[in-house]
Structure formats: structure tokens, C-alpha cells
Design a protein around this ligand. Structure first.
Ligand code: F0G
Length: 457
């Protein structure tokens, strides 16, 4: 394997800032950590306000690009390129038209919670079915420009699916480390189909990430986990696109699931940059929800006042966020504090219920995304959120990402002993019938009866 002569940081002439000591540097090692204090680096744009004196003009430029057919303008990430690391003249991004995801009104959930302003930004509508694509298009592009031949990641499934796709599109080879038996087949099958060298490692996600850190010191592979700050720059565009869709009127709250905590960090960074530039006039409160069994951020905030990481042994059926040692915890604590948001945890039963409720909207999402609705219910009870406020849930992954969870839920196999009554009304068993019109008509009648019983109760 060939070692590239320049790093992606050098080819993009980017500035980094250490989130711990504030030290600025023009280069970053493969661990993306400060050489002085060891904290994570983030990308900064010191000239941003000078380069973009008029935010209203910029909004118009971004809108006009929607009429263009150029690959960069068709991307819901590169359309906002003024807030991304700069591509050299003539350089082409690796793009699958990522971003461009819808905002839906969650009408049924809104009615159930008696809060009219409830919306979902569905990142599961990205090309590989998760929010990872928005970061991957940026990080993979700069890896290719720098001359890397191999990219690699540790993953609970979505990062690997996304990385494999972008690597394939960009003629790069990809190496995937996933915890054996702990990711959904549908995510694993994506990585295989897109041609990744896929290793199911006998450990958990945190173990895979540790191995990757050692690997990148020994081999010229470029790591595409979310500690890679280029990923977070791409993921920032979720928030920019959302504000554009809301006509630059920020909602009161944004709620996002937390795993390795890259996404919450990215969204928070975007909100702060947009306010600094005058694109928005106030900040939404950004809150992070975790599964009770993978609650490192919640414990870090509650038990250590956000000052040091409290790691946990992670266990949850929401496998995408089965992470006990989140790499970007300090960035996430920073954005919670800066926006006035909070963090909360939800049980397996609450996740399953919320997932079925989002499914019943005709929208659906994977289990990890459903923590947002489950968390919202708790934050409403605690009166951290008022029913009169507007809320956007970030749905991070597509319903089709974890069909086993969905099937087990509807067959009544998942959480058999917990909250049977509450969950029962949401379960939809498949019905096996003889091939006669009569049996179908009878089943239809029964369903009608059940519906009217439900309406009365
Ligand atoms: N939701 C989904 C569907 C995810 O796949 C992930 C993370 C998260 C939420 C949490 O985001 O890590 O930025 O806090 N999945 C990673 C992966 C870890 O490998 O696919 P985060």
C-alpha cells in the first residue's frame, strides 16, 4: 500500500482548533487529536464572517443551486459548500445526491401528545438509508484527493454501509470492522454488496474502534469514523438544510439520538456557526437521547457534571447506538451547554413503543431513531419542553435497516413480558389465511370490529 504524501487537511488548506486547549493547527494526525493535550480537533473557519458579509445573499445562492444540474449542486451537502472545507478548483466530490431529506409533520404523534408543532427530519431517506451519507461524501472526497487508496471504519452498521458505498463510487477500497453478531443483517449486507472487506470482529463497537485506532498507526488507511472532523462538517448540513426548510425560523427544540456523539456535535456546531453568521437569529435547544443500556452521556452529565467521561458496558436492542465509550462526548457536552439543551435516557419498552408509533404515521425509522420520540415524551413530562413549543426529531435511520426488530415486535416476541397492554395495541401480527375470498372477508370484518373497539376504549 502506498502512503499519500499529503493529508486531507493539507489538500483542503483547512484550520483545526483543539476543543480542549484551543490550540490552532493546519495539520492533523490520523487520530485527529491535539498534539499538545490529546483532545479532539474540530475544523474552524476563522475568515467566515469576512468572506460572507451578507447572509441573505448566501441564502439566495443556496436556493438558486436547486435549479442547477451540476453534481455538487444536486447534493444536499455540497449545495452548502461555503460552510464546508473548500474543494480545489475542478475537484469533483464523491456524491450520491445525499442530503435533500424531507421534513414531515408527525400528525398522529402530535395529536397524541397534544403538541401541534411536532416534526421529523428524516435522515433515513439518504442514499444508503442513514444520516452517515452526509458526512461520508465530504470525508471520502478529501481522502481520495489526498491520494489514500484505503478507507476504514469501526461501525455498528450504518457507518460501514455508507463508507462502503462512497468508497465504491470513488474507486477506493474499504475496510469495515463490525462487532460480530451485534449489527443488523441489512446493514451488513449493504457493506458486502458495495464491496467492502468486511470483518466481523469478536468484540463490541468500542473494541472495534480501539483496534482501528491501532491499525491506522500501522497501515496507510484513512479512518472515516466520526472523530474524523471532515465527517462532522458534512453532517452539519442536516441543520442548515433544516433551517432552510423552515424558512430560517428555528424550532424551539431539536432532539437527536446519541451513540458515539458525532452527530449531535455536528448539528450543534452548525447551529452555532449559523447564528454567528447571522443566518439564524436564535438557537434551538439541542437535546440528546440515549438508550438506558448505553447511557454514557447521561451518566457523564449527571454523575460527573460533564467534566469526565463515565463509560458503560453498552447493551440495547437499538444496536446502532450500542456504544459505551463515546469518542465525541466532550464535543456533545459543549453543544448541550451552548444551546441550553439536555440529555435523557429511555427504556427498551419506550423505544419499541415510539418506533411503532412513528411507523403508524406511515413514516417509520430504525430503533435508534425512535429514542427521539420516547425522549420527547419524558421531556414533556418534566416540562423541559412545553406542548406549545415546536420540536424537530432527527430520525437517523430508515425503517428497513433493522427488519428483525420490527418483525419480532409485531409478532409479539420482543419485550414479551414488559408493558404488554401498552404495546399490544401497536402490534400488527401478520395473518396466515387459506386462499379463499371468504377467509379474507372474515378477516376484514374482524379488523373493522377491533378498530371500533379501539376507538371506543
Ligand atoms: N442513529 C443511527 C441510526 C446510527 O447509526 C447512529 C450511529 C446514531 C444514531 C448515533 O449517532 O454516533 O453520531 O451519536 N451509528 C454509528 C455507526 C456508530 O457505526 O453506524 P452518533
Amino acid at each position: 500500500m502506498q502512503v499519500p504524501s499529503r493529508s486531507p487537511a493539507e489538500v483542503s488548506a483547512i484550520h483545526f482548533r483543539c476543543i480542549g486547549c484551543g490550540e490552532r493547527t493546519g495539520s492533523a494526525g490520523q487520530d485527529f487529536r491535539c498534539r499538545d493535550c490529546g483532545d479532539l480537533l474540530e475544523i474552524t473557519y476563522p475568515q467566515l464572517r469576512d468572506e460572507i458579509p451578507n447572509p441573505e445573499n448566501l441564502k439566495s445562492v443556496w436556493l438558486e443551486r436547486k435549479l442547477s444540474q451540476s453534481p455538487a449542486d444536486l447534493s444536499g451537502v455540497w449545495r452548502f459548500r461555503e460552510l464546508l472545507p473548500k474543494l480545489a478548483e475542478g475537484a469533483q466530490p464523491i456524491t450520491l445526491r445525499e442530503g435533500n431529506t424531507p421534513v414531515y409533520h408527525l400528525a398522529r404523534c402530535a395529536q397524541m401528545l397534544r403538541m401541534p408543532g411536532l416534526f421529523a427530519k428524516h435522515q433515513g431517506m439518504n442514499p444508503t438509508g442513514s444520516f452517515k451519507d452526509t458526512g461520508m461524501t465530504v470525508a471520502a472526497t478529501f481522502a481520495r484527493i489526498a491520494g489514500f487508496q484505503w478507507v476504514a471504519c469501526a461501525s455498528t452498521g450504518n457507518t460501514s454501509a455508507s463508507m462502503a458505498a462512497y468508497a465504491a463510487r470513488g474507486d477506493l477500497r474499504s475496510l469495515v470492522l463490525v462487532p460480530e453478531g451485534k449489527i443488523s443483517w441489512s446493514k451488513l449486507s449493504q457493506a458486502l454488496d458495495y464491496g467492502a472487506l468486511t470483518c466481523q470482529v469478536r468484540t463490541d463497537f468500542d473494541g472495534c474502534l480501539r483496534l482501528l485506532q491501532e491499525l491506522v498507526r500501522k497501515a496507510p488507511v484513512y479512518q472515516l469514523n466520526s472523530i474524523n472532523p471532515f465527517r462532522l462538517e458534512g453532517q452539519k448540513t442536516l441543520a442548515i438544510e433544516l433551517m432552510e426548510q423552515l424558512d430560517w425560523q428555528p424550532p424551539d427544540h431539536i432532539i437527536v439520538p446519541g451513540g458515539n456523539l458525532g452527530n449531535s456535535s455536528a448539528i450543534g456546531k452548525a447551529l452555532l456557526e449559523m447564528r454567528e453568521m447571522g443566518l439564524i437569529s436564535r438557537l434551538p435547544k439541542l437535546s440528546v437521547i440515549q438508550a438506558e443500556g448505553a447511557n454514557a452521556l447521561v451518566r457523564t452529565v449527571r454523575e460527573a457534571e460533564g467534566k469526565e467521561l463515565v463509560s458503560v458496558r453498552a447493551e440495547t436492542r437499538a444496536t446502532a447506538i450500542r456504544i459505551g465509550n463515546p469518542a465525541s462526548w466532550k464535543k456533545a457536552v459543549g453543544v448541550l451547554n451552548a444551546t441550553g439543551g439536555t440529555c435523557e435516557q429511555v427504556s427498551e419498552g419506550e423505544i419499541a413503543r415510539a418506533k411503532a408509533e412513528i411507523g403508524a404515521e406511515g413514516i417509520g425509522c430504525e430503533p435508534a431513531s425512535a429514542v427521539t420520540l420516547a425522549g420527547l415524551k419524558k421531556l414533556l413530562k418534566q416540562q423541559f419542553i412545553q406542548a406549545s413549543e415546536s420540536v424537530v426529531l432527527v430520525l437517523t435511520g430508515n425503517l428497513l435497516k433493522d427488519p428483525d426488530f420490527t418483525m419480532e415486535f409485531h409478532r409479539g416476541e420482543l419485550l414479551k413480558d414488559e408493558q404488554p397492554v401498552e404495546l399490544k395495541s401497536l402490534r400488527r401480527q401478520p395473518v396466515v389465511l387459506d386462499a379463499t375470498l371468504d377467509s379474507i372477508l372474515r378477516t376484514l370484518e374482524q379488523a373493522k370490529k377491533q378498530d371500533s373497539n379501539r376507538m371506543q376504549s
